[in-house]
Design a protein around this ligand. Structure first.
Ligand SMILES: *Cc1c(COP(=O)(O)O)cnc(C)c1O
Length: 460
């Protein structure tokens, strides 16, 4: 007899996965290699060592090891806030009057408020183990900066955070939280780096962008002794760390023999989505399932749905290695959407490849529709979602309503990446009905594409 499905699908502490799952090992067609921007040859570990921690580079370049052990000193930290709850959205199902089953993995229960802590802790752990004394990073909406600040406080490392200027103004409490955990926070662009000074000279009133903050953080890491740079999304090792989300979700669902038909995640740089879907996508690639995967991005920053599959820089100063990804161009500056964590021009190379090869779908959503879904979810399920996460909620509701029309009893799983406590400016705009929907024109996108590197690899 099938077990009764509870509202919370618990895992015991000893059931927390001890391995990350590296999906690339099971991809027959691998993502294209990272290129050195000067030689245009595949980047080597040595090329990357001035910027990143050694272990992260090893993971970044590894596309053959399926399971990578989570070190004990990190598992210990994970146990303080994991497993993250996997919840059946029974109230939402009822309110939508849908035959579908809806589940969500709630990554917002730790103090930083999002899934980003999973990779922040891993990167801080490795930095400490390698004998570094400090790290630099950027933060857009502030979630990554908070997660890194927490992780650095725990492992005893210094941290400088370049925070996109508009976000530091929109989210003063995020800034305060990052500073409370002991990090040095600098609104970007700033005059503390060459990259920042250059951008300010061109555009003194700019509110900044993630790409620009990355340039500043990388420059500072390279110029500081025993210091490296850490990134909270986009790169393959970040997706690897986030596979703890999918590993846990799968372990909990397997206990009840639940095979999701649809998995939905919001996509900024792709780390939560890549992590959530990893083991399920592995099954699909092996022909063991027909699960449908849907990435949801803001219509204001449509990397998948309107971007190009090309080699591009990760930052506006064009200093990072080149990644082949869906991108709007490193020069694309998205409008001031409230889902700050989704305002990035590019998308993780693994997800980009899967999308290109038809294993992953993508949809875009406009801001007011996303907030309609967010508020509906808050009222029905009780949890105030982050604006980013609400993109996934919007499409989960769409899919559940589609099931209502067709009578299909699909099982829908989505990633609830974080809580919205620090996004009250956005909710206030929504409540006051002053929220707008900015969708870039084709001409706006063309301008972004013109910043793509002019290299032979982009002409094929
Ligand atoms: C950063 C962030 C995202 C987007 O980042 P991904 O790397 O695409 O996962 C989504 N949700 C929240 C709450 C975030 O903080």
């Amino acid at each position: 007899m099938a077990k009764k499905i509870p509202t919370r699908l618990y895992l015991d502490e000893e059931e927390i996965p001890k391995y990350w799952y590296n999906l690339r090992a099971d991809m027959q067609d691998k993502p294209d290699p990272i290129l050195h921007p000067g030689t245009l040859q595949p980047a080597t570990a040595t090329d990357l060592e001035v910027v990143f921690c050694k272990e992260c580079i090893k993971q970044e370049l590894d596309d053959t090891t399926r399971l990578i052990e989570i070190p004990e000193g990190l598992q210990e930290f994970y146990r303080a806030y994991r497993p993250a709850p996997l919840i059946r959205a029974k109230f939402l199902e009822k309110a939508l009057d849908t035959p579908a089953e809806i589940y969500y993995k709630h990554e917002g229960t730790n103090t930083s408020g999002s899934h980003k802590l999973n990779s922040a802790a891993a990167q801080a752990f490795y930095a400490k183990a390698e004998g570094l004394s400090s790290l630099t990073t950027e933060t857009g909406a502030g979630q990554w900066g908070t997660a890194m600040a927490m992780a650095c406080a725990f492992y005893g490392l210094g941290l400088t955070v370049y925070m996109v200027k508009v976000s530091s103004e929109q989210k003063p409490y995020r800034k305060a939280l990052i500073e409370t955990y002991g990090a040095n926070l600098i609104p970007s662009p700033s005059n503390t780096t060459e990259a920042g000074r250059k951008i300010l000279a061109l555009n003194p009133n700019t509110g900044g962008s993630l790409g620009c903050a990355i340039s500043e953080a990388v420059e500072t890491a390279v110029k500081t002794d025993k210091c490296r740079y850490v990134l909270g999304s986009v790169l393959n090792h970040v997706v690897l760390h986030q596979s703890i989300i999918g590993q846990e979700a799968k372990a909990a669902l397997d206990k009840y023999d639940i095979k999701p038909d649809i998995i939905i995640g919001c996509a900024g740089g792709g780390s939560n989505l890549g992590g959530l879907i990893a083991p399920f996508m592995g099954d699909k690639l092996a022909g063991k399932s027909k699960t449908q995967f849907i990435a949801v991005e803001p219509a204001s920053c449509p990397s998948f749905t309107r971007g190009r599959y090309a080699y591009d820089f990760g930052d506006t100063a064009k200093t990072t290695p080149l990644l082949r990804m869906y991108t709007l161009g490193n020069g694309f500056i998205p409008s001031a959407n409230h889902a700050g964590g989704l305002r990035y021009h590019g998308m993780n190379p693994i997800l980009s490849k899967l999308y290109h090869d038809g294993f992953l779908e993508a949809r875009s959503a406009i801001q007011t529709d996303v907030f309609d879904a967010a508020v509906r979810f808050a009222k029905i399920e009780g949890i105030l979602p982050a604006p980013e996460s609400s993109h996934a909620i919007k499409v989960a509701i769409d899919e559940a309503l589609a099931c209502k029309r067709t009578g299909e009893k699909k099982r829908i799983l989505f990633g609830l990446t974080g809580t919205g406590y620090f996004d009250m400016t956005a909710y206030m705009a929504y409540n006051a009905k002053t929220m707008s929907d900015v969708i870039p024109s084709d001409a706006d996108l063309e301008q972004g594409f013109s910043s793509l590197p002019d290299i032979p690899q982009n002409k094929q």
